[in-house]
Design a protein around this ligand. Structure first.
Ligand code: SAM
Length: 270
């Protein structure tokens, strides 16, 4: 029933429309029906939702999404793809914005919003942060990303992947790794493996500039104690007072602190 994930269809369509795979936009199209079905299951649409698809490409996910009773917003950076999507999905509940998603104000979308995307590898974290840092009411995000980025987003304290990106993301959202997707599920075949991750952003989560600086300073010298690494960016007395208030041993390292401990430290920072 669905055609846009068939390699033959993609080849023909690209030839007919005079398209090329644009590496700079991370254009690796999904050609695996099983992966697409599992993504749809992860989004778990009931009908009536407002959904944003980031980077629809040639529409492999779009055609499945539009099989549901939803309002679908899609942001695609590539003008040539935009022209084709606009023409192919000419229906009232499909709203296409041809633009770099990082330049679109998240608050311009209706709320609550479900976000879905098979994201270009080089800007995955920037895109996730763009939405998490806004005050947009997001019900959930199902994002396919490079396996290594997924490992960082879902890492636990003490692991080598646990760092600034993990803590920031986990302060904003509950994060769950869903499943891996192999390289041969894409056309053209990318160099990296992918993973699908689901995020449930908390409604009241926020992080100001100071909070960000505390997290970045804590991880700036991973091998040093918190006392030392934080003192590279803040006054020593301030650091000692903050750690004492948060009941955190100054001899610990940043990688041993849970996200909740970071939250407490940021909240109680003098
Ligand atoms: N969703 C399609 C699929 O799964 O087959 C395409 C996924 S492909 C990995 C990424 C898509 O995102 C491409 O269509 C690309 O043109 C688009 N894209 C890349 N950078 C973008 C940006 N900054 N804003 C919006 N779309 C972008």
């Amino acid at each position: 029933m669905y055609k846009r994930s068939r390699p033959g269809w993609i080849v023909q369509k690209m030839k007919k429309e005079g398209l090329v795979f644009r590496k700079r936009f991370g254009q690796n199209y999904l050609i695996d029906d099983n992966a697409l079905e599992r993504i749809m299951e992860a989004i778990d649409l009931k009908g009536g939702e407002k959904v944003l698809e980031i980077g629809p490409g040639l529409g492999a996910l779009t055609e499945r999404l539009l099989n549901n009773d939803i309002e679908l917003y899609a942001v695609e950076i590539d003008r040539d793809l935009g022209r084709i999507l606009e023409r192919d999905f000419n229906q009232e509940n499909f709203h296409l914005i041809v633009e770099d998603v990082l330049k679109v104000d998240p608050l311009s979308f209706p709320q609550p919003l479900v976000i879905i995307g098979n994201l270009p590898y080089y800007i995955t974290s920037a895109i996730i942060m763009h939405f998490l840092e806004s005050s947009l009411d997001i019900s959930s995000m199902v994002i396919m990303m490079q396996k290594e980025v997924a490992q960082r987003l879902t890492a636990s304290p003490g692991s080598k992947d646990y760092g600034v990106l993990t803590v920031i993301t986990q302060i904003y959202a509950e994060v769950e790794k869903l499943f891996d997707v192999g390289r041969n599920c894409f056309m053209p075949t990318p160099k990296v493996e992918s993973t699908v991750v689901k995020l449930w952003p908390g409604k009241s989560a926020s992080l100001n500039e100071k909070g960000l600086n505390i997290i970045k300073a804590a991880f700036s010298q991973r091998r040093k104690t918190l006392n030392n690494s934080l003192s590279s960016a803040f006054e020593k007395e301030e650091v000692i007072e903050a750690l004492k208030k948060a009941d955190i041993d100054p001899a610990r390292r940043a990688e041993s602190l849970s996200t909740d401990e970071f939250k407490t430290l940021i909240r109680l920072w003098p």
